[in-house]
Design a protein around this ligand. Structure first.
Ligand code: FAD
Length: 475
């Protein structure tokens, strides 16, 4: 495979040529303003920050196509930018790159209640989509913590607290409109629930982190709002008991809507940050049950039995919509709560996932690793999927970062040894590059590189992300 690195010397000149033409075509929708570029120079949480040459605000598929045609012609890199909530350095531009912001593409293009699907522009957030769907009795369930765009969520194959019941973006995207590196527009998939024709290009682009094409429209599966929703929490003196409870709930086949864990470090932070003053700083499971009343009663009864057998303390119920919203908001704000423990600290989040039967072993091992590291860390996560985060807090210095990364690597090594993955939902970006070969093997990685070289032979789409040691942009 050829290495298509850009010629180094004239990269600034090529970016300038592109910029002049972009300004002529897009006017004020091209910005070199320092604060706009700064906001597009990094994502959340991690990693390097680098200013783009300019930010272009797209409003249509045609805009995206025009930008890519131009950048392809001049070999200028392009980084798609949704809401910038990704946490692994995904949106940090290489030098002399265009950050292509899709957040103004927010139209709901069609809603088909009879078929439980809809088509939206990629810059729409899932929160706004759900507000717009309110009168249809339908909703879109994938709920990462940040105010992410649906295009960004496709690109990172995102999930969230409801994945245990409804699946991730992988299961909830039916089709896409994608602009390829050379500006060509293609549609993948469609509206049907299954099809056995051709390669599954939709799945190829879902999770491709803006490295194979830029998604401009998404056909989504929708779900009926359940007849009844009930949320509860149960606290535990012992983390292992809480994890065992979650595992047994899944193994028993309880169709639980959400089961989320926060350990005592995270709970102490969230009690203070989110005002959960009625709770103790003890390991806690957050549950949501959904369905017809009879089904909910049965799910609750089995779950309470399992929790009791694992030494759970009493169940506390959140029956009103407001109380439920308060609990889930506290869960979604967990990262910010941990950050508030010491606002000057750096917080690094792991994202391991293992087959559910190995989860308790992994978390026990992670606890030992945290203790040995001398660092403070909170454990929380989507334990019903076998996925959890360790929020490692460290001083904001190179030495502190190195200690946190050392702990991160130990945790990932444990997960991989148990047949797991280094990332259940956040993706690779820059932060997880080093683990890809161990996780997938050299053969699979070389197939991924061949796909990248075919779809983006000049390597202009988010170069340097997702694939380690692939064609590296050196502009
Ligand atoms: C507090 C907090 C909690 C979080 N919780 C979760 C969670 O529970 N689950 C989870 O999965 N993630 C979570 N995340 C991570 C993040 O929200 C997701 O990765 C999200 O999917 C990113 O969407 P975005 O619109 O912000 O994308 P961005 O950050 O803008 O972009 C992410 C990647 O996708 C590419 N991209 C963006 N838009 C497009 C497009 N239209 N076409 C092609 N490529 C594109 C970018 O180039 C980049 O590589 C959390 C983040 C934070 C800060």
């Amino acid at each position: 495979m050829t290495n298509t690195s850009f010629p180094h010397a004239d990269a600034p000149k090529r970016a300038e040529a592109v910029l002049a033409q972009l300004k002529a075509q897009f006017g004020e929708r091209v910005s070199c303003n320092e604060s706009v570029c700064e906001a597009h120079s990094h994502g959340e949480a991690l990693q390097v920050s680098r200013m783009p040459a300019a930010v272009v605000f797209a409003e249509s598929t045609a805009d995206v196509s025009d930008v890519l045609k131009l950048c392809h012609h001049h070999q200028v890199p392009v980084v798609a930018f949704g809401a910038g909530t990704s946490v692994e350095g995904h949106v940090t531009p290489p030098e002399h790159a265009i950050s292509l912001d899709l957040s103004r593409m927010t139209e709901v293009l069609e809603v088909n209640p009879a078929d439980l699907d809809c088509r939206v522009q990629a810059g729409l957030t899932r929160q706004v989509l759900n507000v717009q769907l309110r009168d249809t009795g339908l909703f879109f369930p994938v709920d990462p913590g940040g105010e992410a765009t649906l295009g960004g969520m496709c690109a990172t194959r995102a999930s969230g607290t409801a994945a245990v019941r409804y699946g991730t973006m992988k299961e909830n995207v039916l089709g896409l409109t994608v602009v390829l590196a050379n500006g060509e527009v293609i549609r993948t998939g469609g509206r049907v629930r299954k099809s056995s024709t051709g390669y599954d290009l939709t799945s190829l682009f879902v999770g491709s982190e803006g490295t194979l094409g830029i998604i401009t429209e998404v056909q989504l599966r929708l779900h009926g709002i359940p007849e009844q929703l009930s949320a509860a929490i149960c606290q535990f003196e012992n983390l292992h008991d809480a994890v065992s409870t979650a595992i047994e709930i899944i193994q028993m086949g309880v169709p639980i809507a959400r089961v989320e864990l926060m350990d005592e470090v995270q709970m102490a932070a969230s009690i203070s940050y989110s005002g959960l003053t009625d709770l103790q700083p003890l390991t806690t499971l957050f549950f949501e049950f959904a369905g017809a009343p009879e089904s909910v009663r049965e799910q609750v009864s089995v779950t309470e039995d399992i929790a009791r057998e694992n030494n759970g303390l009493r169940f506390m119920w959140a029956d009103t919509a407001d109380e439920r919203a308060r609990l889930w908001k506290a869960r979604h704000n967990a990262f910010w709560a941990a950050k508030a423990i010491d606002p000057s600290a750096r917080v690094i989040s792991t994202d391991c996932i293992v087959p559910i039967s190995r989860l308790a072993d992994l978390i026990d091992g992670v606890r030992q690793d945290i203790a040995a590291s001398g660092l403070q860390a909170a454990i929380l996560g989507h334990v019903g999927d076998g996925n959890f985060h360790t929020l490692i807090m460290t001083e904001d210095s190179d030495a502190g970062h190195a200690r946190a990364l050392d702990l991160d690597r130990k945790i990932v090594a444990r997960a991989l040894a148990m047949g797991g993955s280094c990332s259940g939902e956040h993706g690779v970006g820059l932060g997880k590059l080093e683990f890809l070969e161990t996780e997938h093997g050299a053969g699979a990685l070389s197939v991924m590189r061949a796909l990248k070289a075919t779809l983006d032979p000049l390597n202009i789409l988010n170069p340097g992300k997702l694939l380690p040691e692939g064609p590296v942009f050196k502009g």
